[in-house]
Design a protein around this ligand. Structure first.
Ligand SMILES: [Cu+2]
Length: 147
């Protein structure tokens, strides 16, 4: 009798832990989707040809000059070497871009650095990253609330 009660208790604990873990994971995933500025994880390009992980120099970016590092991979996670990459900041609410064109250079396999990203004012900006390789052409559109 005692043993049966103990194993019931253990089962309940395991269930409770499992439910708690599920809830926590769901909450984290939900939170990440809610926060459209969170690009810290790998995200898919618009058409799904690439994956990227973007690390802005300032998070959130600041009004003025910024840089951004990112890792570019294929859909199945292999580094994309030698891609032709361009970046374009745009402020949708006011319909204008930046005063400068950002520069992009590849640092090591699949690792790219974007410099001279100039957000000319505070507010919501998009940064469109166009990627072109021999086999695919696709874009990432990043949303930032520039401070
Ligand atoms: Cu503006």
């Amino acid at each position: 009798m005692k043993r049966a009660q103990k194993s019931t208790l253990e089962l309940n604990l395991v269930l409770a832990a499992g439910i708690w873990l599920c809830l926590t994971t769901a909450c984290l995933e939900f939170g990440a989707k809610e926060n459209f500025m969170d690009t810290s994880g790998m995200i898919s390009s618009e058409e799904g040809y690439f994956k990227g992980q973007f690390v802005p120099e300032h998070d959130p970016p600041i009004s003025g000059r910024n840089s951004l590092e990112f890792f570019l991979a294929t859909d199945d996670g292999e580094p994309v070497v030698g891609a032709e990459v361009t970046a374009m900041p745009f402020m949708p609410s006011m319909g204008h871009g930046s005063t400068e064109d950002p520069a992009v250079e590849e640092q090591e396999d699949g690792q790219y650095l974007v410099t001279d990203i100039v957000y000319t004012m505070k507010g919501e900006w998009t940064l469109t990253i166009d990627v072109e390789t021999d086999s695919a052409e696709d874009s990432f559109v990043l949303f930032y609330d520039v401070e």
